[in-house]
Design a protein around this ligand. Structure first.
Ligand code: COA
Length: 259
């Protein structure tokens, strides 16, 4: 049987592919556990700096939690399954690397929630995104009711969550749900180009920027501003900061060492 989650490495870049195309990459317990262990391993890998997350095939990023698997769950079993889905989203959101969702097709329900946990989202033109849970008699419970309004605002989030109707990639871009929309055949090249742009930046700075953004996302402004200064002070003590500024003044490209 083929592996349900594939990982490819190339320099500082890792590409993680949910590989269940026959079920439009729907997430059952096995896939969720593999995603959790994959992101835990990558989190600990100092060489890895950007992670692309995508789905196998050309139809779906992830068409949601596996409805066949959920259909037989008791209420208490549902709690365990929802907590596992939340744990996977939390882990994706909190890895020190930048995570880019390459949304190659349907990103529905849990698939949309996984994409919301990523730092950046790039969608193929034919992708459809949405939270159709209420059409099944449930609600988005892997963070959808929390991360979507924080990203696009409460009114737009309510539109998606209460109607359950998916939107096009272009509509998703208009409301800020995705960062970029590209033709399907340009998706992976565009995402790799985005990854390369990030990889060329100071690695400690990129990591610190994500860390401050994540740690302070629910903080009051004074707390957030303090965290920002503390991180900046630590960066000023690094060789990379000196290299970045010296290279600018010498009109050359910086060569960062990650220290
Ligand atoms: N869970 C389990 N299986 C799923 C799935 C999901 N979330 N989404 C798709 N699949 C399976 C289908 O059951 C089908 O399997 P089969 O070939 O064994 O019958 C296969 O993937 C292909 O899907 P199909 O529905 O035949 O494709 P389609 O082109 O007609 O429709 C979708 C595509 C995405 C619109 C449709 O599959 C869909 O609505 N999926 C559920 C989306 C959803 O509600 N997700 C949120 C769950 S909380």
């Amino acid at each position: 049987m083929s592996d349900v989650v594939l990982t490819e490495r190339e320099g500082g870049l890792a590409t993680v592919t949910v590989n269940r195309p026959e079920a439009l990459n729907a997430l059952n317990q096995e896939v969720l556990e593999r995603l959790a262990s994959t992101f835990a391993e990558l989190a600990a890998d100092e060489q890895c700096r950007v992670i692309i997350l995508t789905g196998a095939g050309d139809r779906a990023f992830i068409a949601g939690a596996d409805i066949a698997a959920m259909a037989t769950l008791s209420a208490e079993e549902a709690r365990t399954f929802m907590e596992l889905g939340q744990a996977v989203c939390n882990r994706i959101e909190s890895v020190p690397q930048v995570v880019i969702a390459a949304v190659n097709g349907y990103a529905l329900g849990g698939g949309c929630e996984i994409a919301l946990a990523c730092d950046l989202r790039v969608a193929a033109e034919q992708a459809r995104l949405g939270l159709p849970e209420v059409t099944l008699g449930i609600i988005p419970a892997w963070g959808g009711t929390q991360r979507l309004p924080r990203l696009v605002g409460r009114g737009r989030a309510k539109q998606l969550i209460l109607t359950g109707r998916p939107i096009t990639a272009a509509e998703a871009w208009q409301i800020g749900l995705v960062n970029q929309v590209v033709p399907a055949d340009q998706l992976l090249p565009s995402v790799r180009a985005l990854a390369t742009t990030i990889l060329e930046n100071g690695p400690l700075a990129v990591r610190a920027a994500k860390e401050v953004l994540e740690l302070t996302k629910d903080a009051d402004l004074p707390v957030g501003l303090k965290a920002e200064v503390e991180a900046e002070v630590r960066l000023f003590a690094t060789a990379d900061r000196i290299e970045g500024m010296t290279a600018f003044l010498q009109r050359r490209k910086p060569v960062y060492q990650g220290r």
